[in-house]
Ligand binder design. Sequence first.
Ligand SMILES: O=C([O-])CC(=O)C(=O)O
Ligand SMILES: [Mg+2]
Length: 222
Amino acid sequence: MTARNIARFWEWGRKIICVGRNYADHAKELKNAIPTEPVVFLKPPSAYLREGSPILVPLYSNDLHHEVELGVVIGKGGTAIPQSTAMEHVAGYALCLDMTARDIQEECKSKGLPWTMAKGFNTSCPVSDFIPKERIPDPGNVQLWLKVNGKVRQSGSTSQMIFSVPYLISYISDFISLEEGDLILTGTPKGVSAVQEHDELQAGIQDILTMNFKLVKQKSRI
Ligand SMILES: O=C([O-])CC(=O)C(=O)O
Ligand SMILES: [Mg+2]
C-alpha cells in the first residue's frame, strides 16, 4: 500500500466542512442576515472534482451558481483547538468552488430543510492542486476571483471574511473533530451568478494558480 499524500487530500475520503455567509457583501446579495456565528454545513467527499472533468448541472436544478472560496486543508487533527494554535493544524490550502443549486437551496430554506441536495451533489466541490502552507503566509489576505466565459463575476479578498481561518478551525473543532485530510471551505465573496451547460469557469487565487472547468448537464437515467 502506498503512503497517503496530503497533496492529494481529495483522495482521502475525509470531511468537507463548509462555512456560509462569511462575507457580508455575499450575505447581503442573497438577502441573508450577517451571521453572529459561523453557518456550517457539509458536503460528502464524493462531491470532489478535479480539473479535466466537467461540473455537472444537476437534472433537478435550473439555477446552478458558482461560489469561489479559499479551502483550508487540515494537516493535524484535533478537538476543541484553541485559536492560538489553530494554524499549526493547517497543512495548506486549495482554491475551491462551492457549486450551489440555488433554486433548491431557496426551497430548502423556505421549508426549513437541510441544504444537502443543493450543495452536496456529485461534482459540487471542484478543487485546485494543493497549495503548500508557505505559499500563503496570511490566509486572511489573499485575492480570489472567478470568471464565467471570460467575464469577471467574483473578485474579493479573504480580508473581507467575517470569521478568520483560526477562528473557524477553533469553532468547528469544538463540535466536529478535525482529521488530517479534512477540507474547510471558508465562504464566498459577492458576485455569485447562474451558470449553464457549455459555460466555462476560470478561477484564480492571487498569482498562485488558476483552474478551469466546463459545465455539462447531468445525463438523465432514461
Ligand atoms: O449558499 C450560501 O450562500 C452560503 C455559502 O455557501 C457561502 O456564503 O459561501
Ligand atoms: Mg459557499
